[in-house]
Write a protein that binds this ligand. Structure first.
Ligand code: ZN
Length: 327
């Protein structure tokens, strides 16, 4: 081959290699050099979305697949969800089998972009609850658990966008400050509740972390996943407990059918005990927008205040902190 053509070919190869390396750099989802391309972040639940939004603010666009009222245990990805997954730069999900029917679709993105199972990466400092042969995924019910969840999210953001490291770390500190105040608030108002009133009966076993953190005895009518149905024997056992301990109220959940809870109320009624419905709790999704429970803090406040007032307790308002006022 004449040397002129050799040189020409080498130049072409070099140009192609340069083009490939440039496009790969852009592909991995890092912000572009001007910083005007927000990271496209996909999350499964609104609770995870709340952490991510508080950390990324205008450096990313956050989309939650499962909206208010969606049950993550039963959620099956639709075609549009699969398209969204394939367009995301970074993906966060809860893990611990919460998104039982989505795990395959989520994991299939791992060869392309970072996919982080937040509740599986909490670190050794946070002890997961094990029950019924598996880990309980409902970690957000303990505010300390959700503080731990900001760790892996911050780390993944910093890895993807190192220039924003200081920004993410500062935002995480502000968010954790608010959550720490929320955690103390819950502890205080539940401490003021009489010991025998600290019993929470709900539609499914979502509140074990809440119970452990705030010393409340919890009973879910259905199991940890809403896929399992409660048997008649379980219901009768709960009716006995409610009547014997004179529990004033039980609670329905926004993502779970209230059929089992109504069966419990009727069962108590048949025994001559008037069991009240204490209200609706948000267990596995945030509330609808504009509902006061459309943020993580709002959701947790709604749950704890609904519980405390149905149990005959009282509470002062929670003093929200303005963004940027970390001491
Ligand atoms: Zn659940």
């Amino acid at each position: 081959m004449p040397s002129g053509i050799m040189k020409f070919t080498n130049t072409i190869v070099l140009i192609i290699l340069v083009l490939i390396s440039v496009s790969c750099g852009g592909n991995q989802g890092s912000r572009d050099a001007d910083g005007d391309q927000p990271i496209r972040i996909l999350v499964t639940t609104g609770m995870i979305g709340d952490i991510v939004k508080n950390l990324v603010r205008d450096r990313g666009e956050v989309t939650a697949l499962m909206g208010p009222g969606s049950d993550p245990h039963l959620y099956t990805p639709r075609r549009a969800d699969l398209a969204r997954l394939s367009q995301a730069d970074l993906i966060f999900y809860n893990g611990l089998e919460l998104e039982g029917k989505m795990v395959e679709a989520l994991k299939s993105q791992r060869s392309r972009v970072p996919v982080v199972a937040v509740a599986e990466e909490l670190g050794d400092g946070y002890e997961l609850i094990h029950g019924g042969g598996a880990y309980d995924p409902h970690v957000w019910m303990d505010v300390q658990g959700w503080i731990a969840a900001t760790g892996p999210i911050r780390e993944a953001l910093v890895a993807m966008d190192p220039e924003g490291a200081e920004f993410y770390t500062q935002n995480a500190a502000e968010y954790i400050y608010t959550l720490t105040r929320l955690d103390n608030y819950i502890r205080n108002i539940i401490n003021n509740l009489e010991q025998e009133r600290r019993v929470l009966v709900t539609a499914h076993d979502a509140f074990s972390y809440f119970g452990r953190a705030y010393e409340v005895e919890v009973h879910g009518i259905q199991g940890i996943s809403t896929e399992s149905e409660a048997g008649l024997r379980d219901i009768n056992r709960l009716v006995d407990m409610v009547v014997e301990q004179k529990i004033p109220a039980v609670f329905v959940e926004s993502t779970v059918s209230d059929r089992m809870v109504m069966t419990l109320v009727e069962g108590a009624g048949a025994r001559g005990y008037r069991l009240k419905l204490g209200g609706e709790l948000y267990s596995d999704s945030l509330g609808p927008s504009g509902s006061n429970a459309d943020t993580y803090v709002g959701m947790v406040l709604h749950n704890v205040q609904t519980f405390v007032s149905a149990m005959g307790g009282e509470y002062p308002p929670f003093q929200a902190v303005q963004t940027g006022s970390t001491p």
